[in-house]
Design a protein around this ligand. Structure first.
Ligand SMILES: N[C@H](CCC[C@H](N)C(=O)O)C(=O)O
Length: 292
């Protein structure tokens, strides 16, 4: 199957974007993995599909697949690229669009300085909705909120990491570290992602607080590994930092791929606003094997 695609990136988190407004391509998980493959395909952290509005009051449907081929609920950096894509292709002339994802409606908006701001909706804290299995675990008071002590191995003396757990439509486990450069991302990331207490796996964030309005963040993403930036991860990390009493309500998040600005007023029903770059890299065509 020969398909047209657009390669995009938001703070270095990179995407293959597919215009499926004329109808879904019907790709399989194996074909999504092929597109994401950095040697045999195009190469990307996620594949983003732009589909027609599924309901009144919504402009588009936004479907997200990780590099491992699995469909997921949300992608923040991808939402900014989604907005730039639909504007550049003339699929809309609106400055704000309402986009249906698996986890609800989000609203990306073009800003005057060429970046994109996305209303990512409110965070979700109830463990069962993350989902996170807390059976036998007690929350550990920390600042104004709590963390959970996650055992990363079956050995009694194995590492235990305190994580803040929440959802931005997709699951996140965030731990505070002293130095982001030496954070055990490669060692602990996969063990947190696949921890049995996260039945749908989880994105593992490593957060260094520089001051109350500036943090540094690395994320080992579910289904993609460590990426240069994670938009929902930045939202989750700032929300966790605010609830733990460490951050103010507007924070610059320094990632390896660029700066994201996250705002949250602090109420459980308050939306999280994420602002950052969205760049079109190139467009192309590729033959995708039919039998994957
Ligand atoms: N790996 C994530 C999806 C992509 C999120 C990230 N790329 C972002 O910008 O939010 C998950 O499995 O929930």
């Amino acid at each position: 199957m020969r398909i047209r695609f657009t390669k995009m990136q938001g703070a270095g988190n990179d995407f293959v974007v597919l215009d499926e407004t004329a109808g879904p391509l019907g790709l399989t998980p194996g074909q999504y993995r092929f597109l994401a493959d950095r040697h045999f395909g195009v190469g990307a952290d996620q594949i983003l599909s732009v589909r027609p509005s599924p309901a009144a009051g919504v402009d588009f449907q936004y479907v997200i697949h990780n590099a491992d081929g699995g469909e997921v609920e949300q992608c923040g950096n991808g939402a900014r690229c989604f907005m730039r894509f639909v504007r550049e292709r003339g699929l809309t002339d609106k400055d704000v669009v309402r986009v249906q994802t698996l986890s609800g409606v989000i609203a990306p908006r073009m800003t005057a300085d060429g970046r994109v701001t996305v209303d990512m909706g409110p965070p979700v804290f109830e463990p069962v909705r993350v989902p996170f299995d807390t059976a036998g675990l007690d929350p550990q008071p920390d600042g104004g909120w709590h963390t959970w002590h996650l055992a990363l191995s079956a050995e009694a003396d194995g590492p235990i990491v305190p994580v803040a757990v929440l959802s931005m439509g997709n699951p996140h486990a965030v731990q505070l570290v002293d130095d982001i450069e030496t954070a055990p991302v490669a060692e602990q990331g996969p063990r947190i992602e696949h921890h049995p207490r996260f039945p749908q796996r989880v994105n593992a964030g490593f957060l260094q607080v520089v001051d109350r309005t500036h943090v540094r963040l690395r994320v080992f993403e579910r289904g993609a590994g460590e990426t240069l930036a994670c938009g929902t991860g930045a939202c989750a990390a700032v929300v966790a930092g605010i609830r733990l009493g460490r951050l103010d309500r507007r924070v610059d998040v320094e990632t390896r791929g660029g700066i994201l600005t996250i705002e949250w007023a602090g109420g459980e029903a308050d939306p999280v606003l994420m602002t950052g770059p969205a760049v079109t890299v190139f467009a192309g065509e590729i033959d995708v094997p039919d039998e994957l």
